[in-house]
Design a protein around this ligand. Structure first.
Ligand code: GLY
Length: 353
């Protein structure tokens, strides 16, 4: 095996597909974790609406957004399946026209009413991001798995890596509960579970979510609405509502107060939804780092590469993460412009657990 990827979330899968396309023999070890951000996410592609401050992280997110159409087209062509990618634009309604870190086009209440009738009366207008959008992250995950399989990626789906083992300054193998796995190179794409294997500063940040069924008679929601809660209308008639942001560690399950908060915010954003049926509730864990930027690239071991800690932007950053990690593993030096993602910025030693 050339490369073993620890973690089969959207980052592990995207990297696997990119590397398998460059003729590498790739394996993914992931027995699955409850609450993976990959399937819990709403799939927003929202570098603007997320109000990232100016700087390399915002540029990186914008660059990934640009890659989405071609990346999706190739995946859908390879698999013959839809990802639900929808560059529908995002409206961020606001109760003040103060921009903060907003970079969108300001539209006043009259124009907002025209573009999206029915939003809460407290909003004086909205920031409009015509190039932001969404993808159905669960479908995309399925499509990525199919693409990876068709490219010969080997899945170890019943196993969980419990230890990364080093010898003479290199990674010698991975231990799962079942067996040892060897490869030339290893990639760590373990998201919120990263600290189970080594002491990188990646922590779970819980989000609770729910989905409503949009009645066929309801006015069509044509954009993502990024208000106090975000509302993501899927083309299959579901409305995804998110999300809480809770510093509670791994605490599985939805709570009464979590759902209450979400529904209150959602109803204030778009009052019409109050009578729509709830079809699903769930939760997940965002992989948070201290500066909210991912940890990518070289590690202290020459044959281990990091691709973790994407926090709120893992779905958005999948195409560019796959590209930069695969370029690096194909012999290119790590670009200086991406030094803001290197683990050394935290100034601590990294040790295997
Ligand atoms: N990207 C939205 C969230 O993390 O809630």
């Amino acid at each position: 095996m050339d490369i073993l990827i620890i973690g089969g979330g959207i980052i592990g899968l995207s990297v696997a597909v990119a590397l398998a396309k460059s003729q590498k023999q790739v394996g993914i070890i992931d027995g699955g974790f409850t609450g993976m951000a990959t399937t819990a996410a709403a799939g927003m592609l929202a570098p603007g609406a997320e109000q990232l401050p100016p700087g390399p992280m915002r540029d990186f997110c914008q660059a990934s957004l640009k890659r989405y159409p071609a990346w999706i087209e190739e995946l859908e062509h390879t698999t013959g399946q839809s990802t639900g990618y929808w560059p529908c634009g995002i409206l961020a309604p606001a109760d003040t026209p103060e921009p903060g870190h907003h970079t969108g086009i300001w539209i006043d209440r009259q124009e907002l009413e025209h573009q999206q009738p029915g939003l809460g009366e407290q909003f004086v207008g909205a920031w409009w991001y015509p190039d932001n959008g969404q993808v159905d992250n669960r479908r995309l995950t399925h499509v990525l798995r199919q693409a990876a399989q068709s490219l010969g990626v080997q899945f170890f789906a019943q196993e969980t890596v419990v230890q990364i083992v080093q010898a003479q300054g290199r990674i010698s193998h991975l231990m799962t509960h079942q067996t040892a796995h060897h490869a030339e190179h290893y990639i760590l794409a373990t998201g919120a579970w990263t600290h189970k294997l080594l002491n990188l500063p990646v922590y779970p940040r819980k989000g609770q979510m729910l989905a409503l069924q949009i009645p066929p008679s309801a006015p069509r929601l044509q954009h993502v609405i990024f208000g106090p809660a975000y509302l993501v209308p899927r083309q299959d008639g579901h409305l995804i509502i998110g999300a809480t942001s809770e510093d509670v560690g791994f605490q599985d399950g939805v709570t009464a107060s979590g759902l209450h908060t979400l529904l209150q915010k959602a109803m204030a954003t778009y009052p019409l939804l109050q009578n729509w049926p709830v079809v699903e509730t769930w939760w997940g864990y965002r992989p948070l780092t201290p500066d909210e930027c991912p940890i990518l690239g070289p590690s202290p071991w020459p044959n281990l590469t990091f691709a973790t800690g994407h926090y709120r932007n893992g779905i958005l950053l999948a195409p560019i993460t796959a590209e930069v990690i695969s370029n690096y593993l194909n012999g290119n030096t790590w670009p200086e412009t991406l030094n803001f993602c290197r683990w050394e910025r935290f100034g601590t030693n990294v040790e295997l657990l």
